[in-house]
Design a binder for this molecule. Structure first.
Ligand SMILES: Cc1ncc(COP(=O)(O)O)c(C=O)c1O
Length: 379
């Protein structure tokens, strides 16, 4: 059986024909009709009034922070359990990430810890310049209390929905809970352009500004005139064409990821020592990646022993994100809590979750996982 990847791209005929259309039209540039159409169609899909197509989710985060006025020396509160891009972008504007632990019930930022940290910062007269909340592994954070806490202190919220396109929180689509929301179309995401991102907002000024900054901040003039520092962050027309095709099948892809999750739950849910990332009570997760935690005492093997056993059979599984407060590069950052994220990292494993997984592959993965050599005594 060929290698089973964690979350490979899943392309269809529409993507191919749109890509060829872009190629044949010679709009081979970071602008063109597919970029404009992708923005319109994406905005409609996620229920956001405005969207700007960018070269990556990281670029979208960088521009969001810049536009909200975050500057050198500021603090920005964010989730410690995330991919490094979230915290990296905060450092691009010279700000310091403050890393907040997650809630066991959702694996997302703990709203009570955030509220306490904001109250405490307000007392000290040292509120953060922004809060960046991540929607982890396809599941929205618990936004009602998060939005309320940010609003109470008038601190702008950015939603890092890079992993959560197609998800909902209490019936509202991911990406719409902050002043600005961002998405990623990296190769492993639920839909991909090979590389790309989107910035969405309720406010047209911000998507206009994002496009301006993303095209080297060129002022209106016949020559090249610049009064601001800009970036080369626009999405290519070729990639936007691929994105348009992928967007057409988003709901289908979500259903397939959910079906993977349901399959793993029914096959492994009663195994002692294996638990699943909880589906939050507010629902709407895409199950972008299906994640389990492994109690080595009860299962007889650690998550790393399982991962290595799967790897020996050419099955790619991946430890849950190593929290930012445990990363050498962010070790100097202030942390609020951290024990929950550390434990999820130690015990957590992301299983192959691609929307193109076959029944035979899923059976093979489950059998392989259960065949991991186990010790009777706690590992
Ligand atoms: C939570 C999170 N934020 C940001 C990013 C960055 O997106 P990109 O890879 O498109 O820059 C990713 C993934 O890649 C992510 O998982």
């Amino acid at each position: 059986m060929p290698r089973i990847f964690l979350s490979p791209p899943h392309m269809g005929p529409a993507e191919r024909s749109l890509l060829l259309d872009a190629f044949d039209s010679n709009w081979v540039a970071p602008l063109g009709p597919h970029v404009d159409a992708f923005e319109r169609e994406f905005a409609a899909k996620v229920g956001a009034p405005h969207a700007a197509a960018l070269s990556s989710g990281t670029a979208a985060l960088h521009l969001a922070l810049l536009m909200l006025g975050v500057k050198p020396g500021d603090e920005v509160f964010t989730s410690t359990l995330t991919f490094a891009a979230t915290a990296n972008a905060i450092t691009y504007v010279g700000a310091r990430p403050v890393l907040i632990d997650c809630d066991r019930a959702t694996w997302n930022m703990n709203p009570a810890l955030l509220a306490e940290a904001l109250d405490d910062a307000a007392k000290r007269g040292a509120l953060p310049a922004a809060v960046v909340v991540v929607d982890l592994y396809g599941q929205c954070a618990d936004f009602d209390p998060i939005v309320a806490a940010c609003a109470r202190h008038d601190v702008p919220l950015i939603e890092d929905a890079a992993e959560a396109l197609g998800a909902f929180y209490k019936g509202r689509p991911a990406g719409n809970f902050g002043a600005i929301g961002i998405f990623s179309f990296n190769g492993n995401k639920i839909i991909t352009t090979g590389g790309g991102g989107m910035l969405v907002s309720q406010r047209k000024e911000w998507t206009d500004r994002a496009r301006f900054l993303a095209t080297q901040a060129r002022d209106p003039a016949p020559h090249y005139e610049h009064t601001n520092v800009g970036y080369n962050y626009r999405l290519s027309n070729l990639l936007a064409a691929v994105g348009r095709g992928q967007l057409q099948v988003l709901e289908e892809r979500v259903a397939l990821r959910r079906a993977n999750n349901a399959f793993y739950r029914s096959a492994l849910g009663s195994q002692p020592g294996i638990e699943f990332m909880p589906d939050a009570p507010y629902g709407g997760s895409t199950s972008w990646l299906t994640c389990i935690t492994v109690d080595p005492g009860a299962f007889g093997a650690t998550r790393e022993q399982i991962r290595l056993h799967l790897e020996s059979l050419d099955i790619e599984a991946r430890p849950v994100w190593k929290p930012m407060h445990l990363q050498p590069v962010f070790s100097g950052c202030r942390t609020v809590g951290g024990a929950v994220a550390a434990e999820l990292f130690e015990r957590g494993l992301c299983l192959p979750s691609g929307s193109s997984l076959t029944d035979a592959q899923r059976d093979f993965i489950v059998k392989a996982l259960l065949a991991t050599p186990r010790s009777a005594a706690p590992a």
